[in-house]
Design a protein around this ligand. Sequence first.
Ligand SMILES: N[C@@H](CCC(=O)N[C@@H](CSC=O)C(=O)NCC(=O)O)C(=O)O
Length: 277
Amino acid sequence: MQQVSTTRSFGGEQQVWRHDSAATGTPMTFAIYIPDHEAGAKLPVLWWLSGLTCTHENAMTKGHYQQACAEHGIAFICPDTSPRGEDVPDDETYDFGQGAGFYVNATQDPWAKHFHMRRYVEEELPALVAEHFPLDMERQAITGHSMGGHGALTVSLRNQGRFRSTGAFSPIVSPLNCPWGEKALGGYLGDDRSAWREYDACALIEEGARLDHLRVEQGMADDFLVEQLKTHLLAEACEKAGMEADIRLHDGYDHSFFFISTFIADHIAWHAEHLKA
Ligand SMILES: N[C@@H](CCC(=O)N[C@@H](CSC=O)C(=O)NCC(=O)O)C(=O)O
């Protein structure tokens, strides 16, 4: 692993690291915020999965999570959203290819060679950070934004018990039922829609997966709400399954980091309650 940068912020270190990934077959970059802590202490972890067009950097520079993480003594990790590089296939649109990995293991050419973001965020990166940083992997939580909200929900639903709490800002709740999801899952996984179900939060809940503590933050002035995000489908799936979900609708807020940064401290405080319980 190679350290790219370390920057002091709110009584902690905001760091960026690069490493060679076996999952993607490329170098990968991630950001990690580590609050100051007592020697020998191990910190609870909050994962942040980012949205379309993002790298590790968007949440780090615009998410405003550092102060709340320092206050609660929580490490915060932002992986990149896809493999990158000249040898990595890409697409000219913003919602497919590099910057749009959708947290799946692609099975279709030419994507299958590098686009294994599920394996990367579920297996490889957790093992790597557990080895190199002072983290308590028994106390993990996960959240994310938009495509990353879809990632947070589906990673947690497939790995029940790993995360003490699961959150999402403006998540894509059912890729099976929106243009972003149909394009990405069709491209990465092929035409057989039954293979998409393990990447669809509503389908996973329908099939029996459950989360103990779920909170969603959704802006009501979000231009993507009606066509892409469809928050009501998650509310309906949870209600049908008898699963509690705190779906918070925020009047006047859009899809941007202005929304995320407004509510991130409150969102982190909620995760902290569960991480410290
Ligand atoms: N730029 C695109 C829209 C892309 C966009 O809004 N990306 C969001 C995530 S959307 C779902 O995953 C984002 O976080 N962008 C990065 C940022 O720093 O704001 C377009 O051309 O419409």
